[in-house]
Design a protein around this ligand. Structure first.
Ligand code: ATP
Length: 308
């Protein structure tokens, strides 16, 4: 069989409510994921064992050090071994990841790559896994991987991997302000725990409920969505990276309906009124000089799919 390619989207959390730390080391979450139109593509072909190359965002001399590993530490490598193991085939493939989603940006880039790899390798190897099988494998790889597979808009509970689809007919426009340096997700959760233990941030027995944002998504009204966006990881991300406040301020000063930190950051997601407004905001934020890159995106978009 010749090469097969699949692509998967980045996500923005329009609600990220973080509950207490569970005995297994994860936090109980109530989150609403929105898949947005920034995609990584994973191309797979016949091979002898696994060989992985990565191009694009997070790679190359321009970024100083490569952020994205090309060995077992890459989530795609683990996805390949997991699918091969569960299907009883040997893990033979050349895998090429073309990254547009910046690494360690709170956009679930690694999860997108793993989801795309599952879809592409299933086709290459003819393992014919059902969507449910792939979702179950995805949950073993990481909390955000099932959503990268499913896409659209979904409520995530548990550690984010238990998904309920959310009806959303509106296309929302966002501008992503991407910082020069990534943030480690475990470090941001660690800072949240520290600030809560010190009594500097509230933390209840239950994660804050997602209903207000789900209701706002249903109305299609930008102002309502803007007033319900919430992210419990924003305060700890700001504590670790105070300069993020400049990015949030730049977005609201440029006229965004709202701006919040995406996931564990440091990407700033600015909500635009419509597509034209997003184009205007993109130009303004690119000129503000507070971000490395500024990208206009829309969502919801579908999850991991074969392409070409
Ligand atoms: P989250 O899913 O928590 O929002 P994130 O989007 O902030 O995560 P990722 O881009 O998924 O971050 O990467 C986090 C770390 O995972 C990176 O620093 C990198 O070392 C490792 N990693 C493993 N595989 C990949 C991959 N395919 N792409 C990017 N990072 C990867």
């Amino acid at each position: 069989m010749t090469a097969v390619a699949a692509r998967a989207p980045a996500k923005v959390n329009v609600h990220l409510g973080v509950g207490p730390l569970r005995p297994d080391g994860f936090h109980e979450l109530q989150t609403v994921y929105l898949a947005v139109s920034l995609f990584d593509t994973v191309t797979v072909g016949p091979g002898d064992g696994l060989a992985l190359t990565v191009t694009g965002e997070g790679t190359g001399a321009a970024r100083g050090a490569d952020l994205v590993p090309t060995d077992r530490r890459n989530l795609v490598w683990r996805a390949a071994e997991l699918l091969a193991g569960s299907a009883g085939v040997s893990a033979d493939a050349t895998i090429e990841i073309a990254k547009s989603i910046p690494a360690a940006a709170g956009l679930a880039g690694g999860s997108a790559d793993a989801a795309a790899a599952l879809v592409a390798l299933d086709a290459l190897w003819g393992t014919r896994a059902s969507r449910d099988d792939l979702v179950a494998l995805a949950a073993q790889l990481g909390s955000d991987v099932p959503f990268s597979l499913v896409g659209g808009v979904a409520l995530g509970s548990g550690r984010g991997e238990q998904l309920t689809p959310v009806l959303a007919r509106t296309r929302w426009h966002w501008v992503l302000g991407i910082a020069g340096e990534g943030l480690s997700t475990p470090a941001v959760y660690g800072e949240l725990d520290r600030l809560r233990a010190a009594g500097r941030l509230p933390g209840g027995e239950q994660p804050p409920a997602a209903e207000p944002v789900i209701a706002a998504l249903r109305t299609g009204q930008t102002t309502l969505l803007a007033s319900t966006l919430a992210n419990d990881l924003q305060a700890p991300a700001l504590a670790l990276r105070p300069d993020l406040a400049r990015g949030l301020r730049a977005a609201t000063e440029a006229g965004a309906a709202a701006a919040l930190v995406s996931g564990s950051g440091p990407t700033v997601a600015a909500l635009a009124g419509d597509e034209q407004d997003a184009v205007r905001l993109t130009a303004e934020l690119a000129g503000a000089g507070v971000f490395r890159t500024v990208r206009a995106v829309h969502g919801p978009v579908p999850g991991a799919r074969l392409v070409g």
